[in-house]
Design a protein around this ligand. Structure first.
Ligand SMILES: [Mn+2]
Length: 191
């Protein structure tokens, strides 16, 4: 979730992130998508866009993230419309972004302007394991983590982006509660 530096409205979207080191991750947000446009606009002003990754929240947020809302429409409000009640949000601790108050985990951060890295590879739903940009390209964004907050005994909600037949096999462990430290490498366990 991010707030446009020029518009002030929030966008919700789903993106790939990959741990690079202790405080930095890769972020894939192509320039034609809402978050990518917001990041490009901020970068033009020489600043990195603050954003928060939300793990484990009401389904209305996930549904709202799939809606291509017109410019100026806050997708947090769309989540409330889908749910039929106002969504309860809280302000992040280190950035000006409102996130679901009931979320399991929030990773706060900021895009590092002008810095780029390679994307993935990640496991995809048809069962392949690819880089969206090509393994030789370094066009994915880099983000610095500024804070991580979580509920006590937080549950890590994940999507298994692997072939259906694999769900019943080796990778089932990735569905378990609590965060396996090697979750980002779950795709490596696929054969
Ligand atoms: Mn959007």
């Amino acid at each position: 979730m991010a707030r446009g530096t020029e518009t002030g409205v929030q966008n919700i979207s789903i993106h790939r992130r990959l741990v690079l080191d202790k405080n930095r991750t890769m972020l894939l947000a192509p320039g034609q998508q809402h978050l990518g446009l917001m990041i490009t606009a901020a970068e033009r002003r020489g600043i990195g866009l603050p954003f928060a990754t939300v793990i484990g929240a009401e389904p209305a947020y996930t549904l709202a993230s799939c809606i291509d809302a017109p410019e100026g429409v806050d997708e947090t409000e769309i989540a409330g419309a889908i749910q039929g009640t106002p969504v309860k949000v809280v302000k992040c601790e280190t950035i000006d972004v409102a996130v679901p108050a009931n979320a399991e985990m929030i990773i706060e951060g900021v895009v590092v302007p002008k810095e780029r890295t390679s994307c993935g590879p990640f496991g995809e739903f048809p069962g392949n394991y690819v880089s969206m940009l090509g393994t030789t390209k370094s066009e994915a964004l880099v983000a610095k983590v500024t804070a991580i907050t979580m509920r006590k005994d937080a549950i890590f909600q994940a999507m298994l982006t692997v072939a259906p037949q694999v769900h019943e096999g080796k990778n089932i462990a990735a569905e378990a509660h609590n965060v396996p430290p090697e979750l980002k490498m779950a795709g490596d366990r696929l054969q």
